[in-house]
Design a binder for this molecule. Sequence first.
Ligand code: CP
Length: 321
Amino acid sequence: MSDSQGYNFCHRHIFGIEQLTTEDIDHILDTASSFYEIGSRAIKKVPTLRGKTVINLFFEPSTRTRTSFEIAAKRMSADTFNIAASTSSTSKGETLIDTAKNLQAMAPDILIVRHASAGVPQLLAKHIGASIINAGDGAHEHPSQALLDLFTVRRYKGGFAELKVSIIGDISHSRVALSNILAFRKMGAEVFAAGPRTFLPFGLEQLGVTVCGSVQEAAEDADVIIALRIQRERENDSLIPDLREYARLYGINNNVLRCAKEDAIVMHPGPVNRGVELSPEAADSAQAVILEQVTSGVAVRMALLYLVQNLPQNSQESQEK
Ligand code: CP
């Protein structure tokens, strides 16, 4: 897709925020804005992807991402199919690549993949012809979540320059954290982080993140607070001794919110562990935009589905494979 300045969106696959330029991100957010109002129509359907086939291939649990991609595809009139790990033949010993090749034999246009291992979307793209969208690969990236977070922040704050975005919690095991750090830094926001030392990976500063000694310090004058879920499924050992202790030291509650700007917004990718990452008052406060993130997610995923299927013929990446 080309705009009047000659910009081309040229990504046939969406593996991560790392591959996207600021122009790409602006373009995705602008495209999502144009789709957003479809969700409030009486008839929530446009013919944009009529005749296209979209498969959701999820090897890990999901409520928001899987449903959101399915709704996005259906709103654009695509045919959608869901395959969960428990019902796929990988549970009978078939390799991941054989499963993907068999799906490819049915000629899908887009495969949306979530897997516990980092790099699976790139691996599948080497073996099959469909566009691949990463719906979360291990602790690596979750690009559509970061894009919907950017979209939500842009709606509330108007832009990203000079915003203080504070990410709190389990950064080591969170694919949302890495995608959000890359995304907010690319778009010009200042990113701060706080959490138990065992949840703060080495090298955060090299990504342009300011690491804070306490959640209060991270929240001080923040415009955006993003609380992360504790990723128990990706911890090899228990890295925090006690959830009540975690909630006391790192949970977002009214006392923490008082440190932030008065109009700060509180975000969480979900699922929320109430009383752990967020106190019930913070989760239900007027500053919380968690459900708005979910609503935005459908528009952002519509944009991604649309853009990977509407590449210009001469786009370099569109000619790969
Ligand atoms: N935010 C997110 O990825 O949620 P799900 O695990 O429900 O998809």
